[in-house]
Design a protein around this ligand. Structure first.
Ligand code: ADP
Length: 488
């Protein structure tokens, strides 16, 4: 899987194509940097058209045999992969923390979460039932089959280097599809490590391929090739729109899980402690770099002082530092652009009248040159501020006070995004009425962490197309085939 470059602690990792570990033809590499230390930890191939075409060819060939295995055979291999992922949980998590920055305990949690998609879909592979439809004529029989769509291109982001891959590859493989994965350039090592374990699990050559390198070149090669039947993508809305356009000529099936700008609504009748604790989890996990992170916290006037104090105390208790340090709750953000965007959101809010309750700026961590930002609480925020319009992707919680819940719902829905939203209330009537009116694919009621392998994850409006997870997630990798049989 890797070769160590002599005289350097940086490792040279390779692409995984057709069961082989390969360099880029050009011999060029790209650097993988630890966002905590800013030191290079590894290089990966800077692949382009040739390697991507080789991966498409491999996945296309492997599809013929993988799709005709029985669901039980595919399920067995997926279960073996699941067990290997869990056996390597600690090492995988260390690789993830080194390239992504999140605290090791969170990285371990992500590996378990990522692996749960493989085991869940290993089971689901065995339940892909068809239908028999009563015909209008006694001389006909009507059957419906569900068949794999074919070769799948999966393009994934850096914030969840393992789970965003298994959430796609798990159902794809279970359905009988083969995959080409292009991981984010910041976090390819976790992906390659997982591929090594897929190989060890006995998943045949060409079924899972990983190509690292220049996103637009790899992407354009995938989008233009008619052998790729489906693109599944998690990332920015901007790139999602590009993928949709670029896939039109070959009419690919598309799943897009894009940006979010999650509102939280805390009603006066909420349990303030629970609301503060769950908002903290939602907002500060992965240093605020998730697409379902609380981004706009609307708090009703009566409960605001208590909620704000509880949240501020919890935020002050979060330790910032290198993810390998067991005390760290907040690691570095991914890169300088990310850091600058967070700072810009805070500065803009303050210029427009917001108050910083805690945090507010970059945090220096001794002997770490990386991109650390203080966990921050802003109050007195209003809709004119940038932070209320764009995803911050950082550890900043902005509080907006409201009096009328209808107004809070209106403000929450006033967004081009529609991924996750949260409601805190102890009144079941308010819970149901608000949940039904929120134009979001996910509503966490008294729950800041609603994602799980068996539930549908995905957004409305410009947050994307399709759902991942649960029985819904595998539909994205299946074609419906109708067979009409005339009897004689
Ligand atoms: P983020 O802002 O989270 O980095 P991006 O949408 O830029 O989100 O990246 C998500 C994934 O999409 C990454 O794997 C990235 O390399 C890839 N990507 C970015 N631009 C393109 C493109 N033009 N074609 C294909 N993939 C792309």
């Amino acid at each position: 899987m890797t070769t160590t470059t002599s005289g350097s602690t940086s490792e040279r990792w390779l692409n995984y194509v057709n069961g082989q570990w390969i360099e880029a033809d050009s011999g060029k590499t790209i650097s993988v940097v630890n966002p905590s230390t800013l030191g290079e930890i590894a290089t990966v191939p800077d692949s382009g058209e040739a390697e991507t075409k080789a991966a498409i060819e491999a996945a296309h060939t492997a599809f013929q045999s993988w799709s005709t295995l029985s669901a039980y055979e595919r399920s067995d291999m997926l279960m073996r992969w699941y067990h290997l992922l869990m056996r390597h949980q600690e090492d995988l998590a260390r690789t993830m923390t080194a390239e992504q920055g999140k605290p090791l305990s969170e990285a371990k949690g992500e590996i378990a979460y990522a692996a749960s998609f493989i085991s869940w879909y290993a089971e689901e592979a065995k339940r892909l039932y068809g239908d028999i439809i009563p015909a209008t004529s006694s001389g006909k029989r009507m059957f419906v089959l569900r068949q794999p769509v074919g070769v799948v291109a999966a393009i994934t982001p850096w914030n969840f280097p393992a789970a965003m891959i298994t959430r796609k590859v798990g159902p794809a493989l279970a359905a009988g599809c083969t995959c080409i994965v292009k991981p984010a350039e910041q976090t390819p090592l976790t992906a390659l490590y997982m591929a090594k374990l897929a190989e060890e699990a006995g998943i045949p050559a060409g079924v899972v391929n990983i190509v690292t390198g220049e996103a637009s070149v790899i992407g354009d090669t995938l989008f233009a090739d008619s052998r790729v039947a489906k693109v599944t993508f998690t990332g920015s809305t901007e790139v999602g729109k590009h993928i949709m356009r670029a896939s039109a000529d070959t009419m690919k099936k598309i799943s897009l899980e894009l940006g979010g700008h999650a509102p939280v609504i805390v009603l006066d009748d909420a349990d303030a402690e629970l609301a503060a604790e769950q908002t903290l989890l939602s907002k500060f996990r992965n240093a605020g770099q998730t697409c379902v992170c609380a981004n706009r916290i609307y708090v009703q006037k009566g409960i605001r002082p208590a909620f704000e104090k509880l949240l501020a105390d919890k935020i002050r208790a979060l330790k910032v530092g290198d993810g390998m340090n067991p005390d760290s709750a907040i690691g570095p953000v991914i890169d300088e652009d990310g850091l600058n965007k967070i700072q810009k959101h805070v500065s803009d809010a303050v210029e427009r009248g917001a108050t910083v309750i805690t945090g507010g700026g970059r945090r220096e961590v001794p002997e770490r040159a990386g991109y650390f930002f203080e966990p921050t609480l802003l109050t007195g925020v209003d809709s004119s501020m940038l932070i209320m319009k764009e995803e911050t992707f950082g550890p900043v919680a902005p509080i907006v006070e409201f009096t009328d819940p209808d107004d809070a719902v209106r403000q929450a829905n006033d967004s081009p995004y529609g991924l996750a939203s949260y409601v805190f209330t102890s009144n079941i009537n308010h819970a149901i009425r608000l949940a039904e009116r929120l134009q979001y694919g996910i509503v966490g009621v008294n729950d800041g962490l609603p994602s799980s392998a068996q539930a549908p994850f995905g957004g409305m409006k410009e947050s994307g197309l399709g759902r991942e997870g649960g029985k819904y997630g595998i539909e994205e990798y299946l074609e419906i085939k109708y067979i009409s049989l005339g009897l004689y």
